[in-house]
Write a new protein. Structure first.
Length: 188
């Protein structure tokens, strides 16, 4: 029968018994355990600048979603800069300028029975100009619970200490508003 040395037993048994009994370990034992225990802190991924930027962009778009659900079109428009450009690439090409035109488009979506706007930010990156480039996917929920998916790209800019949307471009394969439906696939 093999003989066990006291060192391995002492190394594991004393701390286990002491902790199980609710005893405080002497500093010497705690210190030796600390030296021998692997550091898992290095295995935990530290947040990157892109993580922080994605969070900022996600929060801004979550605000927009919340305001859209509440049909607060003034609130939605306020998330854009005064000179914002809003570009619909598909299902038809349309360029809207400024908050009032963006607000009008959002109103058309709501009038067309769009009930939800769900955004997923997949990328965010700072540019030398102090602007943030953001990209991602989204879907609109329309009558009957149908989801119409698309993609978007934004340029965010700080205004008054808060991120605002200075440019927003999006594309989705299906029309939602009557104007989009009338022009959809016209040249077919």
């Amino acid at each position: 029968m093999p003989v066990l040395t006291k060192r391995p037993l002492r190394k594991f048994l004393i701390p286990a018994v002491a902790l199980g009994a609710g005893m405080v370990l002497p500093a010497a034992v705690q210190h030796s355990q600390a030296r021998e225990a692997p550091s898992y802190q290095q295995d935990v991924a530290q947040p990157t600048q892109q993580d922080h930027l994605r969070t900022e962009a996600t929060n801004l778009n979550a605000q927009r979603t919340d305001l859209f659900r509440k049909k607060d079109l003034n609130g939605v428009a306020a998330l854009y800069t005064a000179d914002a450009t809003y570009v619909e690439l598909l299902p038809r090409l349309q360029v809207m300028m400024g908050r009032s035109q963006i607000q009008q488009h959002m109103s058309e979506l709501i009038t067309s029975k769009a009930t939800d706007l769900v955004v997923t930010v997949t990328s965010a990156e700072m540019k030398g100009s102090g602007e943030m480039m953001v990209g991602g996917d989204y879907f609109l929920v329309v009558t009957g619970g149908k989801k119409i998916s698309g993609h978007f790209f934004q340029v965010l800019r700080k205004e008054g200490g808060a991120w605002k949307i200075a440019m927003h471009a999006f594309a989705r394969p299906e029309p939602v508003t009557p104007v989009e439906a009338n022009e959809y696939n016209v040249r077919g």
